[in-house]
Design a protein around this ligand. Structure first.
Ligand code: PEP
Ligand code: MN
Length: 296
């Protein structure tokens, strides 16, 4: 349960009206875990789930080759950004609708559901046409108009933690989506800003364990954005699963050094394969449940 201090400060006034159970939906019966289905992949069940794919969809060849390779290594959901939140307006902004189509096509070829980021309210409808899981990026975690709109889509939502958001603010954002009528939410810890700039962000592993205690919703870890550093993805992915995350989301690119975004943190096919063979917790595989997709 949310403790009294957190409940009061989320509510902000403690006057007793809204204070009582101010996040009632997200903290309801945390021990009764919710399982969120993305296509036919359950998130929050006994097996951890691995989502993988490029930071950005760049071309048909790039995303299709990545889909087939990550599937072969054991990923069950394909990621790929079509609308990219870039720090500079001069950086690659994503292929937009064309990117969505290429992602969908690659997912269908590989037999995988797809996740992609939705940055603005006006893109929600078109993204719903192509994606199985809609990602709210870290920078939009408190875009309340977007959260309200997503609560009406009936689609599963991947809600990333904001770079400077506290755990209670993160859960309050999930509450918005639940309150609007959508209970299909997966939380994602992707690193937060701290005083230490040695890495892109600081992965809040204890925060993951804490959130698992507080909510019934599944939580996954994004080691790619948390570290920004290829050599640390494997260690942090394993650490995320060790503290109880229900899965990981990892960036993979056919030629990471040539990637149009986040080239420092994307894994090659070989490094992703290596990561998958070193995960110590059972991960859900497509092959066990869908022998027709097995690659021989
Ligand atoms: C992403 O996953 O493509 C992304 C931009 O991540 P974040 O919102 O966590 O920075
Ligand atoms: Mn990225």
């Amino acid at each position: 349960m949310l403790d009294a201090g957190i409940t009061k400060s989320v509510n902000g006034n403690g006057n007793g009206t809204a204070a009582k159970g101010s996040l009632p939906l997200v903290t309801h019966e945390p021990q009764q875990k919710s399982v969120i289905w993305v296509g036919d992949v359950p998130i929050g069940g006994a097996e951890a789930v691995v989502m993988a794919g490029p930071c950005s969809v760049e071309s048909r060849e790039q995303v299709t080759a990545t889909a087939l390779s990550v599937k072969r290594s054991g990923a069950v959901i394909l990621r790929g950004g079509a609308y990219k939140p870039r720090t500079s307006p001069y950086d690659f902004q994503g292929l937009g609708v064309e990117g969505l189509k290429l992602l969908r096509e690659a997912g269908d070829i590989a037999g995988m559901p797809v996740v992609t980021e939705v940055m603005s309210e006006e893109d929600v409808a078109v993204i719903c046409e192509f994606a199985d899981l809609l990602q709210v990026g870290a920078r939009n975690m408190q875009n309340f108009a977007l959260l309200k709109k997503l609560s009406k889509t009936g689609k599963p939502i991947l809600l990333k933690r904001g770079p400077s958001a506290t755990v209670k603010e993160w859960l309050a954002s999930a509450e918005y989506i639940l309150h609007g009528g959508n209970d299909q939410i997966v939380l994602c810890e992707r690193g937060i800003k701290t005083f230490d700039h040695s890495l892109r962000n600081t992965l809040d592993l204890a925060g993951v364990a804490l959130v698992k205690e507080m909510t019934h919703l599944p939580v996954i870890v994004d080691p790619s954005h948390a570290t920004g550093k290829r050599s640390l993805i494997s260690a942090t992915a394993k650490a995320g699963l060790a503290v109880g995350a229900d899965g990981i989301i990892v960036e993979v690119h056919p030629e990471p050094e040539k990637a149009l975004s986040d080239s420092e943190q994307q894994l090659s096919f070989r490094l992703f394969e290596e990561l998958m063979s070193n995960l110590t917790r059972p991960v859900r595989t497509l092959f066990a449940h869908h022998p027709e997709f097995a690659v021989v």
